[in-house]
Design a protein around this ligand. Structure first.
Ligand code: TXA
Ligand code: MG
Length: 316
C-alpha cells in the first residue's frame, strides 16, 4: 500500500480516509495514535492486524466534542455531574474515562467489554481530524504491539509506512507518555493506567479515586497484563542499590556489550523524552540500558509504570 504523508493543512483529506474505512496515523499531545472510524467494525479489525495487537485488548475512542460522549456511552444520572466536572477540568487532555458503552460501538473496539474508553485529545491536529472525519476515532498508540509507543514522525513512519492509508506528519508529542485511564463504572473510581495526568491532580476532582491494584483484579484494563514498551535493548532498572550502576556498566562494557546509562534529571523533560530515547538506542543497536528509578510523584508514577514493564531486570 502507498502511504500518503499528510500535514496539518490536509485534515480534510485525512478525515475522508477515516470515513471511508481507512487507517490514519496521527499525533496527539501524549503519543501518536493509529486511528480508524470507531463505528466501523471492519476498519477496527485492520488496526488489530497492522499492530499485531491481541484481540482482547480494547481501544480508546477519541472524540472532538463533549456531546459525542452520549453518542457512544451510557451516562448514569448519578455520574453525570462527576463526568461533567472531569470534562471541564481536564479535557481536552491526557485523561481517558471508561464508561458503560452504547450498542452503536462495535464489540471489536471494546474487545467484548460492556464498557468503552473515551478521550478528547489536546491536539489541534487530532481534534481537526476527528471533526473532519465526522465520526469518533478509535486509536491505540502507534507502535507494533509490545513495542514502545511512537512519539515522533520518524518512529511512526518506520513502523507503519506502507501499512496504513496516511500518516500525518507533526512535531514530537508534547507529553510523550500515554493518557491516564480511569474507570468510572465501578463503585469507587479507579486509576487503571497511570499516564500524562497525575494521580494527585485527578484526586483533586475525584477524592475517592483509588490506585488500581493489579493483584486484586487482574486484567481489569486488559492492556496492563501484556509485557509492553519493550525495546530490543535490555533495560536494567535500579530501584535500590543505585550506587551499583557503575559496576554493572563497567562489567558489561568489559564483556564487549554496548551500554548506555540514563540518569533522569528534570522529570518533565525525562518523561517526555523516555520513549524517544528507548527507540533511538534500538536504532543504535545498544545491548543494555541502565536506568535509575525516580520518585513516583506526579508523572513519575507513569514513568515508573512504563519502566517496570519494559525492564529486563529490576535491581531491588
Ligand atoms: O494517550 C493515549 O491514551 C494514546 C493516544 C493515542 O490517545 N492511546 C493509547 O491507547 O495509549 P492504547 O491502546 O495503547 O492503550 C489503551 C489502554 C489499554 O491499556 C487498554 O486496555 C485500556 O486503555 N482500555 C481501553 N478500553 C478499555 C475499557 N473499556 N476498559 C478498561 N480499559 C480499557
Ligand atoms: Mg499502547
Amino acid at each position: 500500500m502507498k502511504t500518503k504523508i499528510l500535514n496539518s493543512r490536509q485534515l480534510k483529506e485525512a478525515g475522508k480516509l477515516i470515513k471511508l474505512g481507512g487507517l490514519v496515523v496521527f499525533p496527539t499531545e501524549t503519543v501518536y495514535g493509529i486511528g480508524a472510524n470507531a463505528l466501523n467494525a471492519k476498519a477496527i479489525k485492520k488496526i488489530f492486524n497492522v499492530k499485531g495487537r491481541p484481540l482482547d485488548n480494547p481501544l480508546i475512542v477519541h472524540i472532538a466534542n463533549k456531546n459525542q460522549i452520549d453518542l457512544i456511552a451510557e451516562v448514569k444520572k448519578e455520574k453525570r455531574e462527576i463526568i461533567n466536572n472531569l470534562v471541564s477540568r481536564f479535557w481536552p487532555g491526557p485523561l481517558t474515562m471508561v464508561l458503560e458503552k452504547k450498542d452503536i460501538v462495535p464489540t471489536e473496539v471494546t474487545a467484548g467489554l460492556k464498557t468503552v474508553a473515551i478521550r478528547m485529545p489536546n491536539s489541534k491536529i487530532a481534534l481537526g481530524l476527528i471533526e473532519n472525519a465526522g465520526v469518533p476515532i478509535a486509536a491505540p498508540s502507534a507502535n507494533i504491539s509490545g513495542k514502545v509507543s511512537g512519539t515522533c514522525f520518524k518512529h511512526v513512519f518506520s513502523d507503519f509506512n506502507g501499512k496504513v492509508e496516511a500518516i500525518i506528519r507533526s512535531k514530537r508529542c508534547q507529553i510523550g507518555l500515554e493518557s491516564s485511564v480511569i474507570d468510572l463504572t465501578t463503585e469507587r473510581p479507579a486509576l487503571l493506567r497511570p499516564g500524562g495526568l497525575a494521580f494527585e491532580e485527578l484526586r483533586k476532582e475525584l477524592p475517592d479515586l483509588i490506585l488500581y491494584n493489579k493483584k486484586v483484579e487482574k486484567a481489569k484494563s486488559p492492556g496492563m497484563k501484556y509485557r509492553h514498551y519493550s525495546p530490543d535493548a535490555k533495560i536494567i532498572l535500579f530501584e535500590n542499590r543505585q550506587e551499583e550502576i557503575i559496576n554493572y556498566y563497567l562489567d558489561l562494557k568489559k564483556s564487549g556489550k554496548r551500554v548506555k546509562i540514563v540518569y533522569p534529571s528534570k522529570i518533565k523533560n525525562f518523561s517526555r523524552k523516555l520513549f524517544h530515547i528507548l527507540r533511538r538506542y534500538d536504532q543504535q543497536n545498544i545491548d543494555y540500558i541502565l536506568i535509575l528509578a525516580i520518585d513516583e510523584k506526579g508523572i513519575g508514577l507513569a514513568v515508573m509504570d512504563r519502566l517496570r514493564r519494559a525492564a529486563f531486570k529490576i535491581i531491588k
